[in-house]
Design a protein around this ligand. Structure first.
Ligand code: PLP
Length: 410
């Protein structure tokens, strides 16, 4: 067993046509903000059924742009489930806002309506102006988004879906098929979806991210903030102080002209990265299919290890594009610590990872908010172990993982 190649918990699948796409950019005229970025934005918007996509440097930048475009700032709060990567919360803090950490379902790791409501109530008691819900579509399954969208609308909040795990997932919670990223136009305070194309995610840019949405004004703001807050066209009513620079004799903007209504970021994606992720997007359906197949094999192969090991519970209301195989393991009942199980698996050539240490437990947040009681997130954390899942895995790699688990737990 140990002589087989090491199985990481996740791995990108880069093929020859991806390499050719990147090489073509390197031979061309634009290394950044050229046709690959524009092409990727069009293809992504079409794929997820959104009016528009803005490509950006990574998922963290996408979160930062989404919060900033919604004018979330000091005195405001964003509801974030504690079972997520650091960035969902940090990006809100960088905007100056507070984070109202929400609990999650201990099995699925997802924030539901009751958990969101409890976080809203706590935030309001603290005197914060709650501005947005930021559900995280953990492991590729969706939080109950239709109900969360209804809650957001009822409470006058925006909805920022952290879909870094969930490109390709189809949400069914609204009673019909809605690809994650299509957004919830009924949320009047704003609906944006955020993606990451880090190599461990379902499609890879190297580093990359995107924001999708349908509201033209909100998306224009995302786009502007992504590029220094710059506009090439004189904006009526913005009170620019150098009218000479604005227009040429024909009434067109002069080539050097730009104006800034608010400070932005440089969170742009390069054409090099865009070419890779555009090429990868063309294989998304294949990747999703392969991941589903592997998850089905896991369900069968892990069944004999119940109740010590359970595959992730399938939640109603979505058809997941599985990002993680976050198995539930009863370590105390197995008489093994998670650390020992991970080390034992590693020795047998099987990589695993833990998603996630609840964010509210991080020293920064504990200093800021003290010790919150979020038992669902703590229970989810205590039982979770992400097993290898990536498209290039062979069917019998699943057997290998299950056999290794059986050996380590026995
Ligand atoms: C990966 C990830 C991010 C951050 O994306 P980067 O591209 O790494 O910046 C944010 N939220 C979640 C849930 C993620 O998994």
């Amino acid at each position: 067993m140990a002589s087989l190649p090491f199985l990481p918990y996740g791995r990108q699948s880069v093929e020859e046509d991806d390499i050719a796409a990147v090489a073509a950019v390197l031979r061309g005229d634009w290394l950044t903000q050229g046709p690959a970025v524009a092409g990727f934005e069009r293809a992504l918007a079409a794929r997820v059924g959104a009016a528009e996509a803005v490509a950006c440097a990574n998922g963290t930048a996408a979160l930062r742009l989404a919060y900033a475009a919604l004018c979330i700032g000091p005195g405001d709060a964003v509801v974030v489930p504690s079972n997520t990567f650091l960035a969902t919360a940090s990006a809100a803090r960088h905007a100056g806002a507070e984070v109202a950490f929400a609990d999650v379902d201990p099995d699925s790791g997802l924030m539901g309506v009751a958990e969101a409501e409890a976080a809203i109530a706590r935030a309001r008691k603290a005197g914060w102006r709650v501005r947005a819900l930021a559900p995280v579509h953990y492991a590729g399954q969706t939080a109950p988004t239709a109900a969360l969208a209804a809650l957001a609308q009822a409470e006058g909040l925006a909805l920022v879906e952290d879909a870094c795990h969930a490109i390709g997932t189809v949400d069914l919670s609204g009673g019909h098929e809605r690809p994650v990223g299509a957004g919830w136009p009924e949320v009047e305070a704003g609906s944006l979806t955020v993606f990451s194309f880090h190599p461990v995610k379902t499609i890879a840019a190297g580093e990359g991210g995107a924001v999708t949405g349908n509201d033209p004004a909100l998306m224009a703001r995302v786009r502007r903030l992504c590029n220094h807050g710059m506009m090439r066209e004189p904006q009526a009513g913005e009170g620019f102080t150098d009218p000479d620079a604005a227009l040429d004799a024909e009434g067109n903007p002069n080539p050097w002209y730009y104006e800034m209504a608010e400070p932005g970021f440089n969170h742009r994606l390069s054409d090099i990265h865009a070419a890779l992720v555009l090429s990868q997007l063309g294989r998304l359906d294949r990747f999703v299919e392969r991941r589903s197949r592997l998850m089905a094999l896991y369900a069968g192969r892990l069944a004999p290890l119940a109740p010590l090991v359970r595959p992730p519970a399938l939640v109603p209301g979505c058809r997941p594009a599985w990002h993680l195989c976050a198995a539930r393991i009863d370590f105390p009942a197995a008489g093994r610590t998670r650390s020992a199980v991970m080390a034992g698996l590693r020795a047998l050539g099987v990589g695993t990872q833990v998603h996630y240490i609840p964010v509210h437990r991080q020293p920064y947040w504990r200093r800021r908010y003290g010790d919150l009681a979020l038992p669902g997130a703590m229970s989810h954390y205590a039982h979770t172990l992400s097993l290898p899942l990536f498209p290039a895995m062979a069917d019998d790699d699943v057997d290998r993982v299950a056999a290794a688990l059986e050996r380590v737990l026995s």
